[in-house]
Design a protein. Structure first.
Length: 278
């Protein structure tokens, strides 16, 4: 090495180009990074949503959600119609509906107390076998009335439905039967046909069939039960009477202290069911 090369200024001049080139090379990527386009979060969101790409599973879920929403909308509309009928009712009608609900509750409470009394009598009777036979015979009569195998009499109401226009259908008469049962009817007879738990009504050539027996208007119901509960149940706002009158039918309801239901049904032996008691 020469003496000139050993001088400080010569060494600085020789090393300076290398430092400059190094700094330039280090700044080059920075310039390239600055020149590259920046992808923002909004742009990535737009690219993910458009164009839409729906899978088969997503389409199925969408259809199911639409069906669920439609069903809820129909249910809400149905409940709104029922509520509107009660909102439009008079105060005395609402009071009568509440009284009917109280009467149903009282009937259930009375039945509960009756069963508890029978249990106590069986437990405390000196001759439990004789008491059991008495209760069995009484229960048989009660079940015979419900099954329609024995005649019955008692207080109740009569209903006459005149259908001169032929607009009364089976489902309207079925609503009447269901409303009477809910109000505490214990025995029902329609145009000489006994109504029991398995009774069905169908339309038949502009008339109605009850358990396959064709009946014609006027339709006459004989119902045994508490008249104070049965008659108001038919006359509630939007109930059986109003529905039939909208179909231009004439409905007449009368109370009586003695109603005789004498149409009988043959006792049917079950094909498969057997008693499980031993």
């Amino acid at each position: 090495m020469s003496r000139e090369d050993e001088q400080p200024e010569n060494r600085l001049r020789r090393e300076l180009p290398e430092e400059v080139s190094a700094s330039a090379s280090s700044e080059a990527p920075v310039a390239e990074e600055k020149s590259a386009p920046t992808v923002t979060g909004r742009r990535r969101l737009v690219q993910g949503l458009w164009p839409p790409r729906a899978s088969r599973a997503q389409l199925i879920v969408a259809v199911l959600l639409f069906g669920l929403g439609f069903g809820l909308a129909v249910q809400v509309a149905s409940n709104s119609n029922s509520d509107s009928a009660l909102r439009g009712a008079r105060q005395e009608d609402l009071v009568r509906i509440l009284d009917e609900l109280d009467d149903r509750t009282q009937r259930l409470e009375d039945e509960k107390q009756g069963l508890q009394k029978q249990r106590d009598e069986l437990e405390n009777s000196s001759d439990q076998a004789e008491e059991a036979r008495k209760q069995t015979a009484e229960k048989e009569k009660q079940l015979g009335i419900l099954a329609g195998t024995v005649a019955a009499q008692g207080p109740g109401i009569t209903i006459t439905i005149d259908d001169t226009k032929g607009t009364v259908e089976a489902d309207m008469l079925l609503d009447a039967v269901q409303e009477l049962r809910a109000a505490g009817a214990e025995a029902i007879q329609v145009n000489g046909v006994r109504v029991v738990a398995g009774t069905y009504l169908t339309d038949s050539d502009k008339s109605v069939s009850v358990d396959g027996n064709k009946i014609n208007a006027p339709y006459r119901f004989k119902v045994i039960g508490k008249p104070q509960d049965l008659e108001p149940a038919l006359n509630i706002p939007g109930g059986v009477v109003q529905t039939l009158e909208k179909e231009q039918a004439t409905v007449t309801v009368g109370r009586s202290s003695k109603i005789v239901v004498d149409a009988l049904r043959a006792a049917k032996q079950p094909d498969y069911a057997r008693s499980s008691s031993r």
